[in-house]
Design a protein around this ligand. Structure first.
Ligand code: ADP
Ligand code: MG
Ligand code: MG
Length: 498
């Protein structure tokens, strides 16, 4: 009997084989744009060099049935989050600064207050675009029972690594074709490496918004961070938009937009530098507080939404992606309300993908008491994105000791996913003296990408056009709690279906 690849991975390779694969992998990455800007205090305006993105030498095992299930769920998630984002009453209650998380979390409150101003000014553009990524991990609490996939989170803003992920699947296909991975595993064959066309798929979402806006000569605005190193992940989308769809992109930071962006109060056209008309605002910045250097940076979100440009995401869609919303959806009857027209079977399939969650401010002290008791199997999460913000296991009790009761509302508790033990991979990173492949025990996280173009019609019903478009795997060393590639914790990876 062959070993279960969910319990023993990677297959045996000699040192010489690993070195050969590493050379082929890094040179492939560098020549196929699977790259990052190098670390530097300040990037020159026109970069002169790149480093390869952190990568795994072999694809990581995911059960075929679970992979198909995750892709199958994406449609219902697209509809769910589109409906959540258009449910004003729900978002006010859960995320708002009067009744919800926005009271105690300044970042959430600052965004919500701009949304209130937009509503007071009157909604000009009812359509919104989401480029989503739903993240999962393999859950295997008992090795004698089948594995399942459990959702980590659902991202509604700046979901990254779509286009680089396509390039990692290309890399692993190339290594397979070139070396056969030296016949090291019966699982490593082409039919077990799924196709991945995220670049075309994500661009298609932006194109759908651009077309809905209806001015072919308008451009798409990419709002980017200062000193972004993951620029190529964004550039690949830009090239796709121009080369396949003849749509131009303008890239600007929020700080640049403070002086360059304006909205014509009569036509509601968003313009850059007084002349370039913008059809769609695609945010690859603005998901964390440090992106907003001043209150004026937040006001830009208001300005964008007083225009008829389509927002990806709107403030309300960003709020819908909050961890608090994820937790709220697990409460009795909430999902059933949003998915009233779905069969019970589909609703329960969705629920099966969830870990248990609760609010820290639940039932007086009960939420906190339970978090203390169960801390060894728990993660606490605030309303933040981008990695590095959570509190895990033994760090939870001292954290709770210091957390003022008034701030509990900003946090949720979530049961830890029981990821399979004994899985490894060769992680290859550039720079920092870590060159070369390092064999490490690992945990992988699968992301499913999709887009949804939606908005309430005059009848108050949310109309949705949506599509699942591809996937991503990030793999991290077993000892790291967090999984952000950009934050330096994990590497880009792909899938071998088992
Ligand atoms: P962020 O929006 O900052 O990415 P996440 O909810 O994705 O926040 O948490 C960051 C990381 O923490 C994840 O990529 C994953 O590695 C780990 N993590 C989060 N929730 C869980 C969980 N329930 N079980 C195990 N690991 C988790
Ligand atoms: Mg996130
Ligand atoms: Mg995440």
């Amino acid at each position: 009997m062959t070993a279960n690849p969910l319990l023993t991975w990677p297959p045996e390779l000699t040192e010489v084989q690993v070195a050969a694969l590493t050379l082929q992998a890094t040179t492939y990455a560098l020549s196929h744009g699977l790259v990052y800007l190098p670390v530097a205090d300040k990037q020159p305006p026109a970069p002169t060099s790149t480093i390869h993105a952190p990568l795994a030498l072999l694809p990581s095992p995911i059960p075929r049935r679970q992979f198909d299930k995750a892709r199958g769920l994406q449609k219902i998630y697209n509809i769910l989050y589109s409906r959540v984002a258009t449910d004003v009453e729900f978002l006010d209650r859960v995320m708002g600064a009067v009744e919800g998380v926005g009271k105690v979390d300044e970042f959430t409150g600052s965004l919500w207050k701009r949304w209130i101003r937009v509503r007071e000014a009157g909604i000009v553009q009812p359509l919104q675009l989401g480029l989503f990524r739903s993240d999962y991990m393999v859950h295997l609490p008992d090795v004698n029972k089948p594995a399942s996939l459990k959702q980590v989170e659902f991202n509604t803003i700046s979901s990254s690594f779509g286009t680089l992920s396509e390039r990692v699947s290309g890399l692993h296909r190339y290594l397979l074709k070139s070396t056969g991975y030296y016949g090291s595993s019966q699982y490593l064959k082409t039919e077990n490496l799924p196709e991945n066309h995220t670049t075309a798929g994500l661009a298609e979402g932006l194109v759908a918004a651009h077309k809905a806006y209806g001015v072919p000569s308008a451009r798409i605005l990419f709002v980017v961070q200062d000193n972004e190193r993951n620029v190529f992940d964004q550039r690949w989308l830009e090239y796709e938009l121009l080369e396949t769809h003849s749509i131009h992109v303008v890239r600007q930071t929020l700080t640049e937009l403070l002086t360059s962006a304006s909205v014509d109060t009569t036509s509601h056209v968003l313009r850059i530098n007084g002349d370039i008309e913008i059809s769609t605002v695609y945010l690859r910045a603005g998901y964390m507080p440090t992106d907003y250097l001043t209150p004026k940076h937040y006001d830009l979100r208001y300005l964008f939404e007083t225009s008829k440009a389509i927002q990806c995401p709107s403030i309300q869609l960003q709020l819908a992606g909050g961890k608090k919303v994820q937790e709220e959806l697990t409460k009795t009857g909430v999902l059933e309300k949003f998915l009233h027209d779905f069969p019970a079977l589909e609703i329960s399939a969705l629920k099966e993908s969830w870990m248990e969650m609760w609010a820290l401010n639940e039932d007086g002290d009960a939420g906190v008491t339970r978090a203390r008791e169960e801390s060894s199997t728990l993660v606490l999460k605030p309303q933040r994105e981008g990695g590095g913000n959570n509190v895990y296991k033994e760090a939870i009790p001292p954290f709770l000791d210091d957390l003022p009761p008034s701030e509990r509302e900003a946090w949720i508790a979530m049961k830890l996913i029981a990821t399979p033990q004994g899985l490894g991979n060769y992680l290859v990173r550039a720079g920092g003296g870590h060159e070369g492949a390092v064999k490490t025990e690992v945990i992988s996280e699968l992301g499913i990408f999709s887009w949804s173009l939606f908005g309430n019609g005059d009848d108050g019903v949310c109309k949705i056009e949506e599509k699942e478009v591809g996937w991503l795997v990030r793999t991290k060393g077993k000892d790291s709690n967090e999984g952000g590639v950009a934050a330096g914790f994990s590497v880009l990876d792909s899938i071998v279906l088992v």
